[in-house]
Design a protein around this ligand. Structure first.
Ligand SMILES: *Cc1c(COP(=O)(O)O)cnc(C)c1O
Length: 375
């Protein structure tokens, strides 16, 4: 059996006619920038996450950057976040010459440890400007708890929902849980386009207006630039593709949840005897499972065995951000964040998408058993 890590070609096969038609419509019309589909997509996405405003942008990274600019982050401002995330989350802080402060993660959810966050806020002498919560692998941070902790402190909450478009937090949708929230439509994310794309969400009209201006060179009208901005627009073609994919997205989410449950069920004995650990999802939270990741000892041996059996895997992420060379100047060292470091050494993502069959997942898990139990 030949297994893809994330099979985007198979997905395209199901939607080929609709997507080809949508793309050629844009090309025939020629409104490649700020075309008709941008507004339509913003409308649909804002209704989907139940936010007041949605702003389509060029990537998840730019969505983060524009959000921080709209929040008026200045050089030296302290922004608290997790070291267990993709580089973008922290890259944008440092691009603005602000100062990232890391807090270790919770060993069960892999998200910001709220107790440690509270402890930091209670003891630090620094003025904290904001917090970036990252919904890792699709699982939301505990935003009610974070809100409680920052109540009355004048700290903004930015939700990095790049991996969680479609996830639920109690009865709320992910990507509408921060003062400002973002997602990414990178091809391999739960909802992906055919290139780069992202979206900003907020209920705050001032932030929305500002973000809209920053996205388009700070323009209030053509050639009048009120703010310093960037070129952060989404291509009309990407919006057209996303509009098609959005029609199939509810079905894909239920497929993703179903496939997660297949994995959980087939791996149950290993999870039960703690040979394998998985992310703990609270009752009433639902993750779109951006990655199905396991924690396992002797990871490298398992990777080799799976690869020998034509099963691709990936590591999200092999190095926590406080140990990245680019952030060496921040002065962190090994053992500063033991949970994040442990995870980076033991986490392993297994093949996952909405179109994997039960048989494929059974084959993958059977191959894992062969290695671990030598059967
Ligand atoms: C993918 C990702 C981003 C960046 O999104 P791009 O669209 O690739 O720029 C930011 N944060 C997290 C947590 C991500 O996983």
């Amino acid at each position: 059996m030949e297994i893809e890590f994330c099979d985007l070609k198979k997905q395209y096969g199901y939607m080929k006619e609709e997507i080809d038609e949508a793309v050629s419509r844009v090309i025939s019309r020629g409104d490649f920038i700020n075309g008709r589909e941008i507004k339509l997509l913003e409308e649909k996405c804002k209704d989907f996450v139940r936010a007041q405003y949605a702003i389509a942008v060029s990537s998840g990274t730019d969505a983060l950057l524009i959000s921080l600019m709209a929040l008026d982050v200045q050089p030296g401002d302290v922004i608290v976040t997790t070291p267990f995330t993709f580089i973008s989350t922290v890259e944008v802080i440092t691009l603005l010459k602000a100062k990232p402060v890391f807090i270790d993660i919770d060993p069960n959810t892999f998200n910001l440890d709220c107790d440690k966050l509270e402890q930091y806020l209670n003891t630090t002498k620094e003025k904290v400007k904001g917090i970036i919560g990252v919904n890792i692998f699709g699982l939301c941070c505990d935003y009610n708890k974070i809100r409680e902790i920052i109540k009355g402190r004048d700290i903004f909450l930015l939700e990095d929902g790049a991996q969680s478009f479609g996830s639920m937090y109690n009865s709320k949708m992910a990507c509408a849980l921060g003062d400002i929230s973002i997602t990414s439509f990178f091809p391999a994310k739960p909802l992906g386009c055919y290139g780069d794309g992202g979206m900003i969400f907020t209920d705050d009209i001032n932030l929305a207006e500002k973000a809209k201006m920053i996205r388009n060179h700070g323009q209030i009208k053509k050639y009048t630039h009120n703010l310093i901005g960037i070129n952060g627009r989404m291509d009309t073609i990407q919006a057209a593709i996303l509009l098609v994919k959005l029609k199939h997205f509810d079905k894909e989410i239920s497929n993703r949840v179903k496939n997660k449950l297949f994995y959980n069920r087939f791996l149950h004995p290993l999870i039960n005897d703690k040979t394998i650990r998985i992310q703990r999802v609270e009752k009433d939270w639902e993750s779109v499972v951006a990655q199905y990741s396991i924690i396992v000892d002797r990871r490298e041996e398992l990777i080799e065995w799976l690869s020998k059996n034509k099963i691709p895997t990936a590591i999200h992420y092999p190095t926590p951000l406080h140990l990245q060379p680019a952030f060496e100047y921040l002065g962190y060292k090994e053992r500063d964040f033991p949970i994040a470091e442990y995870l980076s050494k033991h986490i392993l993502s297994l093949p996952f998408d909405a179109y994997k069959s039960k048989e494929e997942i059974e084959f993958i898990t059977r191959t894992i058993y062969q290695k671990i139990y030598k059967v």
